[in-house]
Design a protein around this ligand. Structure first.
Ligand SMILES: CC(C)(COP(=O)(O)OP(=O)(O)OC[C@H]1O[C@@H](n2cnc3c(N)ncnc32)[C@H](O[C@H]2O[C@H](COP(=O)(O)OP(=O)(O)OP(=O)(O)O)[C@@H](O)[C@H]2O)[C@@H]1O)[C@@H](O)C(=O)NCCC(=O)NCCS
Ligand SMILES: Nc1ncnc2[nH]cnc12
Length: 304
């Protein structure tokens, strides 16, 4: 049986490229991220983590509310090449999605970063039939590098932290073509699966690997440089202890979660990037399994 290898370019069938389908996969990635338990400092099935204004129900409502906007982004991307007109349309749709998110969450910021990250990846996926993670991240990066000329001058947490500490933040992650998604989170997810870990432990491993490396502006805003250093070290300690799904790794994870709750630190940026990992993994696996199925049929025909 022919198995597509990761380096090969796998053409996705047309239905995988449909805006509604891409939006559904993006929404599911957000719901899967929110439901993944136990995540350090974040909202999960156990409760609100280090947040006062977010709950799992609100995260789900937010994901539902922004799903139609992902479909509009994919639709816009089909109509244009990577150019300024597309960038403006995506920016306008993204801001409408933020408004819809704030409306259903009563003003809480559940998914602003995710609208940005997944919006760009959905747009990239809407533009063609190569759904390999590397290709989508590169195309999304080239959209993100086009200036958003209609952007209102907002003093966001990310803006404050970028000026204070010189980190690149959510915008820099995208313009650099999502290194923490493609080079850190996705390999970690797949390595953990290959090592026989459960899907939950594999997703948690992916999250912790990202947390150990990312300059998360949410952590920096609340905890400063010292807090950010403690979070990176804490996540690395869990991974060095064997990672989630091992006795020592789970014990280290419990301790780490406790520390984040005490210090009110929540890695929202890392959570968004985990959702991006799950989105890319789903598209890639779907395309690869379809190639696998078709090739199997071709082989049988050949043998007849
Ligand atoms: C380009 C934008 C991302 C705006 O950039 P800016 O730097 O101004 O960003 P912020 O408003 O601070 O939001 C960025 C969000 O991105 C997530 N994030 C953080 N660090 C990283 C990173 N290194 N890489 C990737 N992503 C990162 C994070 O989102 C999550 O955290 C949110 C909660 O954060 P915050 O509000 O700070 O914290 P609270 O707990 O609510 O506050 P307090 O309680 O402490 O007061 C949560 O939403 C998660 O999603 C950052 O918040 C982009 O948004 C933009 O330009 N949008 C305009 C529309 C557009 O063009 N859209 C494009 C569509 S394709
Ligand atoms: N699970 C989660 N908890 C808190 N903030 C988040 N931002 C994105 N996902 C999150």
């Amino acid at each position: 049986m022919y198995l597509a290898t990761r380096k090969e370019s796998v053409a996705s069938p047309f239905w995988l490229q449909q805006p509604a389908h891409l939006a559904f996969v993006a929404k599911q990635a957000l719901v899967a991220e929110a439901e993944l338990t136990p995540k350090p400092g974040l909202v999960d099935r156990r409760g609100s983590g280090a947040h006062k204004d977010l709950t799992l129900a609100r995260m789900r409502q937010s994901a539902e509310a922004i799903e139609p906007f992902f479909a509009l982004m994919a639709e816009a991307a089909r109509k244009h090449s990577v150019n300024q007109v597309l960038r403006q349309e995506l920016g306008a749709i993204g801001r409408d999605a933020e408004t819809a998110m704030f409306a259903v969450t009563g003003g809480s910021n559940a998914h602003k970063g995710a609208i940005w990250v997944l919006g760009l990846l959905v747009a990239a996926a809407g533009q063609g039939n190569d759904h390999s993670p590397e290709h989508l991240a590169a195309r999304a990066g080239s959209i993100a590098r086009i200036p958003d000329i209609a952007r209102p001058q907002l003093v966001s947490h990310g803006y404050i932290v970028q000026n204070r500490y010189g980190v690149i933040g959510a915008r820099g992650e995208a313009t650099a073509e999502f290194p923490h998604v493609v080079q850190v989170g996705l390999p970690s997810l797949r390595d953990a699966r290959a090592a026989g870990k459960t899907e939950t432990a594999s997703r948690l491993s992916s999250l912790l690997s990202i947390m150990a490396m990312l300059d998360d502006t949410c952590i920096l805003y609340r905890g400063g440089l010292a807090g950010a250093e403690r979070v990176k070290n804490g996540a690395a300690t869990v991974m060095k202890a064997g990672g989630p799904g091992t006795r020592r790794g789970d014990a280290a994870l419990r301790e780490f979660d406790h520390e984040l709750l005490q210090e009110r630190l929540s890695p929202g940026g890392s959570a968004d990037l985990l959702a991006a990992v799950l989105f890319l993994d789903c598209l890639d696996s779907a395309a690869a399994s379809i190639v696998d199925d078709n090739s199997d049929k071709e082989e049988k025909h050949g043998a007849d």
